[in-house]
Design a protein around this ligand. Structure first.
Ligand SMILES: [Cu+2]
Length: 603
């Protein structure tokens, strides 16, 4: 599938051609939306479990904001789960036992002190799921890893990968533990933008994120990076996926064609139809307002007629790609992209202000976009949709569908947040733009999949992310031996190949990277990312689809041991993850000098 969020026109054109070649590219839908959260329902929250979430067709509310004061933001979360009337399991971060998934708002240099009390009660279904026993060497909390274990990852932030900051390898918080404290400062040079928090326990990530455990974290000051958004109202939209609310429903028939067959893979997931229609693998929600198959009753986003707003949109889905578009009277509208994956599109401040105008924006799971949108005229038919994403023959079905109807009303409530009207510009960057750095070495990594039982194609899939030269090996939480060792200060190029027939979204903790080559097309993008889609393989053509990424290990906060993985969480939980260690400058490790490390085969 096409691997683009936003980039220059020529690449967009190439991408389109390419997509058409590989498959019938479906409709694109748009999404616009709003914020919805549980704030309004907070008073209804039961004493136990997760609060009741909004009903379909509701007005999209804004997540509650928690702001730092005098440079400190203190947040006490309880983490709960419950099973709703449909039998679906919800997971929730609760503030003051009632506010679900608030947006954490901090400024560069601010201290975040976040405690998490794990109050999960495993359901019979999840308790029956596989549970691993691993003793965590040198662990923060150590102990058994079970469906009731959790932790928090602060996605996109360049904070140290150590205990009580942003460690996911050793930190496991169990029910009954004392509240676990996270405590770190937002770096002074962290780019202003949209980041997010979610659990990251290997083997349990998909279930917990699919259950709704995610929230936005905003480093404030995007208007200081790009004054074109100064004074605009800001809205936050968190788009999540969830199991189908109506799993037995059939697709609604259209005039032209019968609905495509519903085919399932070895995991029981609905396969990509390649048509842009049919039954989706997952439903979506926008700020917790569900937009469910098969009727897709859209949520409602209210704006003032023709009002310009700044939208921060997070794809907090466990496995679902989004391709966001805004339609007015069925015509795609241009959206002005200011920021991707938390980073302003301005070469770290070196290139002046940029806006990339796009008629649609692809967001892989975990991707974020900050963009200027204009409200429709009063009376116009407008909607925020996600267009179909062709995830490949082995991918899951992700059809075109609406997210929200955009209703322009003169008395629509203004968003709570207004970006500063007269911002003080950010200081100039302290290090050269990544695109100007020469890599000290190049590595190749590749995605592969195979049935767990090679003699049974219907057996569950094993998912691998392998450093070329090493033996493919499923991620093993009992083995912290790094697959890659890097010296702090280095810049490397990583080629990521997709040798499977479905999309994967490469993500690495702690750093951002620059896409320098997409399927053999050199690029010079004025922005960075932390998650990127890698196109699927057609099963025969070589070379494999690939991206080349310039990886930035210059920041001293990257020193430590952390992970890179596919952000389709089913794949991550299934083994598609590796370990990297960044050693302090001057501590050149033997392995760095001795080339690829041979890992023992696990099968
Ligand atoms: Cu994947």
């Amino acid at each position: 599938m096409r691997a683009i969020g936003c980039r220059g026109k020529s690449l967009i054109a190439r991408t389109f051609n390419w997509s058409y070649r590989i498959a019938a590219l479906a409709l694109w839908v748009v999404v616009c939306s709003t914020v919805g959260s549980s704030g309004a329902l907070a008073q209804d929250a039961a004493a136990e479990g997760c609060p009741r979430r909004p009903a379909a067709g509701g007005v999209v509310g804004e997540p509650e904001d928690l702001r730092s004061q005098n440079g400190v933001l203190r947040v006490d979360f309880t983490y709960r789960n419950s099973v709703d009337a449909n039998g679906q399991e919800s997971y929730c971060y609760l503030y003051e036992n009632r506010i679900e998934a608030p947006t954490l708002r901090l400024k560069p240099g601010d201290l975040l002190v976040l405690t998490l009390k794990n109050e999960l009660t495993p359901s019979p279904a999840s308790a029956a799921a596989q549970s691993h026993q691993h003793s965590m060497p040198g662990g923060c909390t150590s102990g058994a890893m079970s469906p009731a274990s959790t932790n928090v990852h602060f996605h996109g932030l360049t904070v140290p990968p150590v205990c009580h900051q942003d460690d996911v390898l050793n930190t496991m918080i169990q029910p009954g533990d004392h509240p676990f404290e996270y405590r770190f400062r937002i770096p002074q040079d962290e780019p202003p933008g949209l980041y997010w928090y979610h659990p990251h326990i290997h083997g349990q990530s998909k279930a917990q994120v699919l259950g709704g455990a995610s929230g936005a974290l905003i480093v404030e000051g995007i208007e200081r990076a790009n004054p074109v958004v100064a004074g605009l109202p800001e809205r936050v939209f968190v788009i999540r996926d969830q199991d189908l609310l109506n799993p037995d429903a059939e697709p609604v028939k259209t005039d032209s064609m019968p609905p495509p067959m519903v085919l399932r893979d070895a995991e029981g997931d609905i396969l990509n139809t390649g048509t842009g229609g049919g039954k989706p693998a997952k439903d979506l929600s926008i700020n917790f307002v569900p937009v469910a198959f098969p009727n897709y009753v859209p949520a409602v986003v209210k704006v003032r007629p023709r009002e310009k707003q700044y939208w921060s949109v997070l794809n907090a889905s466990a496995i679902t790609y989004l391709d966001l578009q805004m339609l007015v009277n069925n015509n795609p509208q241009m959206m002005g992209v200011i920021s991707l994956d938390g980073v302003p599109i301005n070469e770290d401040g070196a290139s002046g202000n940029r806006i990339i105008w796009q008629s649609h924006v692809l967001l892989p799971p975990a991707g974020r976009v900050g963009m200027i949108v204009s409200g429709p005229a009063a009376g116009a038919q407008a909607s925020f949709v996600t267009r179909a994403v062709d995830t490949g023959p082995a991918g899951e079905n992700d059809p075109t569908r609406p997210l929200a109807a955009i209703v322009a009303e003169a008395d629509a409530a203004e968003p709570r947040v207004q970006l500063a009207a007269n911002p003080v510009p950010l200081p100039p960057p302290s290090s050269p733009w990544l695109g100007a750095m020469k890599p000290v070495r190049t590595r190749t990594l590749y995605f592969t999949e195979r049935p767990h039982d090679p003699n049974d194609p219907k057996s569950p899939t094993d998912f691998y992310l392998t450093v070329d030269g090493q033996e493919p090996k499923l991620f093993d939480p009992g083995d912290m031996e790094p697959n890659i060792v890097v010296q702090q200060g280095d810049v490397e190029d990583w080629i990521i190949e997709n040798r499977t027939q479905e999309l994967h979204a490469f993500h690495i903790h702690q750093i951002h990277f620059m896409l320098v080559d997409w399927n053999g097309v050199p690029l010079d993008e004025p922005f960075l990312r932390d998650t990127i889609n890698v196109a699927y393989w057609d099963g025969k053509t070589r070379p494999y689809p690939s991206v080349k990424l310039r990886m930035d290990f210059r920041d001293p906060n990257t020193v430590g041991t952390f992970v890179y993985h596919c952000h389709l969480l089913e794949h991550e939980d299934g083994g598609m993850m590796g370990v990297i260690r960044v050693v302090p400058k001057g501590q050149q490790s033997k392995r760095l000098q001795s080339g690829p490390h041979q890992m023992p085969a696990s099968f």
